[in-house]
Design a protein around this ligand. Structure first.
Ligand SMILES: Cc1cc2nc3c(=O)[nH]c(=O)nc-3n(C[C@H](O)[C@H](O)[C@H](O)COP(=O)(O)OP(=O)(O)OC[C@H]3O[C@@H](n4cnc5c(N)ncnc54)[C@H](O)[C@@H]3O)c2cc1C
Length: 349
């Protein structure tokens, strides 16, 4: 049986692992933190605009497992917000544990607290990956799904500092570019002004810290739009966002909140003092990232050159998916990039 090692257990890693398992491989996920889903533990927006079609296509093409879970654990379905139609919002407080159960039920091995720090190469193939504790894991094929965020030093250099985001680099260690360890140069995204990387585009507020009125509206309708006073509008923040689909005027002129279990505020950061001056936000507290008053995580710092079969150019048995494989921005995109593997493994590569 082919041994497939997936490095990184975000949405892309989970989807790739499921696809490889269904194609008959022996699959192991190595995840540096103590949770699956990576950035998927924040976020939650699914099925908005073209993602609706992408989701249906995934389901019809055989990649239904994860989409069934995000549908089942949606707090709200078929909601509209500026520029976006028929979105659903999965519950970010529940989704990790149900995905974990699904993966384990499928007999996929997961090793947590297992940060890959290096590779052992033989000719143009990876023979084994090396973990932080110096253990080695051999495999026939490797799939890198480490995302494009972090380590912490990058958030300091290209952002407003480590914002203590869901990835928790100070505790678990930063991400490592496996392709770079194989001698392949990363492709790096740039902002309009040429600075490297892009800011994550939303922050999570503790819902309980909002006024009763806003909380009730969020729980009932899934969305609350609060117009900002003129002096609070800052259109400049739109240019630094990863998610340009949310870089619309409406997101600068209003506070747009979505109910994902937390209250998701569609802006990269918001000074706490200013936010607390707005009616209903007097006691507000950030949930993720903790330093959302000044900064957010920086993404797009590490993309691999690859072919259309998602194979890394220059390494014969290394594939990529999710943010590592292109300037993709979402859960749906991360979960979709795995589809190529089904064909690959069936052909015995
Ligand atoms: C604040 C925020 C809000 C978002 N909101 C939405 C939204 O509402 N809807 C949407 O569609 N998208 C949203 N996104 C984007 C979406 O979350 C990401 O595009 C997607 O989840 C990326 O998945 P991934 O698996 O490619 O990478 P990641 O989620 O970054 O996963 C990478 C995983 O690899 C692990 N890892 C890294 N290095 C190593 C290593 N050396 N060894 C072992 N493991 C390693 C990490 O710990 C992590 O678990 C949001 C992102 C953020 C930050």
């Amino acid at each position: 049986m082919k041994r497939v090692v997936v490095i990184g257990g975000g949405w892309a890693g989970c989807a790739a692992a499921i696809s490889a398992k269904k194609a008959g491989a022996d699959v192991t996920i190595l995840e540096r933190t103590d949770m699956l889903l990576g950035l998927g533990n924040v976020g939650g927006i699914m099925r908005n605009n073209g993602r609706f079609t992408a989701t249906e296509e995934n389901i019809l093409l055989g990649g239904r497992e994860l989409f069934e879970l995000t549908d089942k654990y949606s707090r709200h379905k078929n909601i509209d917000f500026p520029g976006h139609k028929h979105a659903s919002l999965y519950d970010v407080t529940l989704i990790e544990s149900v995905v974990r159960k699904k993966i384990l039920d499928m007999d996929i091995k997961i090793f947590f607290n297992s940060r890959v720090v290096d590779v052992k190469m033989e000719n143009k193939k990876i023979r084994a990956v090396i973990l932080e504790n110096q253990n080695e894991l051999e495999g026939d094929s490797f799939i890198e799904t480490t995302g494009s965020t972090g380590p912490m030093g990058n958030c300091l250099k290209y952002g407003n500092g480590c914002s203590m985001c869901i990835l928790r680099c100070p505790s678990f260690g930063g991400r490592v570019s496996i392709t770079k360890k194989c001698g392949i140069e990363d492709i790096i995204g740039q902002r309009k002004d040429g600075t490297y990387g892009a800011f994550s585009g939303s922050i999570k507020l503790n819902k309980e810290s909002l006024s009763k009125e806003i909380r009730e509206k969020l729980n009932k309708e899934g969305i609350a739009i609060i117009p900002l006073p003129k002096e609070e509008i800052n259109e400049g923040k739109l240019d630094i966002k990863v998610c340009q689909q949310y870089a619309l005027d409406e997101f600068a002129k209003n506070i747009v909140l979505l109910d994902t279990g937390h209250a998701k505020l569609m802006t990269p950061f918001y000074p706490l003092e200013k936010l607390r001056k707005i009616k209903g936000f007097e006691n507000v507290k950030f949930e993720d990232p903790y330093s959302a008053g000044i900064g957010n995580s920086i993404r797009y710092l590490s993309i691999a050159p690859r072919d259309n079969n998602m194979k890394v150019i220059g390494v014969d048995n290394l594939f990529v998916a999710g943010e590592k494989s292109g300037f993709f921005v979402g859960h749906t995109e991360a979960s979709t990039t795995k589809m190529q593997y089904i064909g690959k493994f069936r052909r015995g590569v």
